[in-house]
Ligand binder design. Structure first.
Ligand code: UD1
Ligand code: CA
Length: 446
């Protein structure tokens, strides 16, 4: 029988080392705030309740946690991790299942690893996620005997013998709500830091005859972020895992280390991605598309067989149909572009609906903004937009219409019409010859 699960996310710590006006746990990894990563982890572990512990100073964290639908517990002042979990006691007083503590500054734990911690409770009373640390430094040490966990000893309290242990505490700990709080009620702050250590619950519960075990994860997964340096390490760890995942799904990355992904980048097989491409959040790329070097994409959908860049900027709300072509120095935003249409060079297409087989000439600009409101440009199937057209929205170019180059199009163009919206050309015979003769004469005199 699986018991009901709850998560307590600790996010009340001060983030002084980030030197940021933004709380640490709201800094992004892979384009998503760390707090959201941990919330997603809790969700994927099937929890029915999440309590986020915040400090009074972290108003931004509280707002973000509420926005994510979490319950809030305030811990003020911050007297340690055990004290933080105690702050959520009231929220869980009617909960009769298993609680897991997660740290909001530890974003990369995988769902599969978290469920191994829950599963360990099938034949133990308390489970801790540990890892073999390359440099154990200040981590708490897991003291084990066979597959039993005897204690977690904080580095500051450890004997030289205990310090030599490399199996460390990630911070994730899971037990029944009843056991967790019965132990926490007995934790004291009689230690080097004068804090209430969550880790003390292991020895207390063992004293009650409970069985504790450690589940082992990867060091890269349990990396905790305390500084900008750690944030960069977490980003690297995320990127290298994501690159490997994307390639394993049948995508060619010409220069994997230079491609930046977001947490939710979705790319179908047989897509090719060139060097130095950046994917912001919300991008889907369909089969056989090519994304050429130095392109930047966010919140968009790239159709099957589409050809993007080099140097294209695909902004939020862009939906490109199959076999579309977006060339160099083209920016699109909130634009739907139909099958086979091309915007090949130096254009801005914003707030636009473009049909199928439309050709948009070089240097075309949709003038979508009047300083107050945004307006829509519609270009119907098969239209031909001449080079250097300015389309002053709202405006509709009818099916199959043809716009002469250099037009400032302010009025709708009927289907199949030619629109010329530029001054007529005047040729003055021999004007240039006369001009040069006069200029040279003046120069010779001076
Ligand atoms: C903690 C563990 C240590 C483990 C390490 C892993 C304890 C006593 N030690 O140490 O065994 O190896 O994490 O990274 O638990 N927090 C609060 N309120 C507080 C204190 C902390 O919400 O009063 C939150 C922080 O925001 C953070 C998390 O708890 O998300 C961990 O706190 P931190 O002070 O970084 O713990 P460590 O000393 O690193
Ligand atoms: Ca820490």
């Amino acid at each position: 029988m699986t018991k009901e699960r709850a998560a307590i996310i600790l996010a009340a710590g001060k983030s002084t080392r980030m030197k940021s006006a933004t709380s640490k746990v709201l800094h992004p990894v892979g384009g998503r705030p760390m707090l959201s990563w941990v919330k997603a982890l809790a969700d994927s572990a099937g929890v029915s309740k999440i309590v986020c512990v915040v400090g009074e100073a972290n108003a931004d964290v509280r707002a973000a946690a509420e926005g994510l639908g979490m319950e809030i517990a305030v811990q003020e002042p911050q007297l340690g991790t055990g004290h933080a979990v105690l702050a959520a006691k009231d929220n869980l007083k009617d909960f009769e299942g298993i609680v897991t503590v997660l740290y909001a500054d530890t974003p990369l734990i995988r769902a599969e690893t978290a469920s191994r911690v829950f599963d360990a409770l099938d034949d133990a009373d308390v489970a801790v996620l540990g890892f073999e640390a390359e440099d154990p430094a200040a981590y708490g040490r897991l003291i084990t005997d066979g597959d039993e966990l005897q204690a977690i000893v904080e580095a500051k309290e450890a004997t030289p013998e205990q310090l030599a242990v490399t199996l460390c505490n990630s911070g994730v700990i899971s037990a029944s709500r009843a056991d967790m709080y019965s132990a926490l009620d007995r934790v004291t702050n009689d230690n080097a830091k004068g804090e209430y250590y969550l880790t003390d619950v292991i020895e207390i519960l063992r004293g009650d005859g409970r069985r504790a075990v450690a589940v082992i994860g990867d060091e890269a997964e349990v990396l905790g972020v305390n500084s900008r340096h750690d944030l960069a390490l977490a980003e690297q760890a995320f990127q290298s895992a994501k690159r490997a995942e994307i390639m394993s799904e049948g995508v060619t990355l010409r220069d994997p280390d230079s491609v930046i992904f977001a947490f939710d980048t979705a790319i179908e097989n047989d897509v090719e991605v060139g060097a130095n491409v950046v994917f912001g959040p919300g991008v889907t790329v369909r089969r056989n598309a090519s994304i050429h070097p130095f392109s930047h994409l966010e919140d968009c959908e790239i159709g099957e067989g589409a050809n993007i860049g080099p140097f294209a900027r695909i902004r939020p709300g862009t939906i490109l149909g199959p076999d579309t072509r977006i060339g160099n120095f083209v920016e699109t935003k909130k634009a739907r572009i139909g099958q086979g249409s091309k915007v090949n060079h130096l254009s801005y297409i914003g707030d636009a609906e473009i049909g199928e087989d439309v050709n948009v000439g070089a240097g075309t600009i949709t003038c979508n903004y009047d300083g107050y409101n945004k307006h829509t440009t519609i270009i119907e199937d098969g239209a031909f937009v001449g080079t250097h057209s300015s389309l002053v929205a709202p405006v509709t170019i009818g099916r199959g219409a043809f716009l002469g180059s250099g037009g400032v199009i302010t009025k709708d163009v009927p289907a199949d019409a030619l629109a010329l919206a530029r001054a007529d050309q005047v040729n003055k015979e021999d004007w240039a010859k006369r001009y040069h003769t006069a200029q040279r004469k003046r120069k010779d005199k001076s």
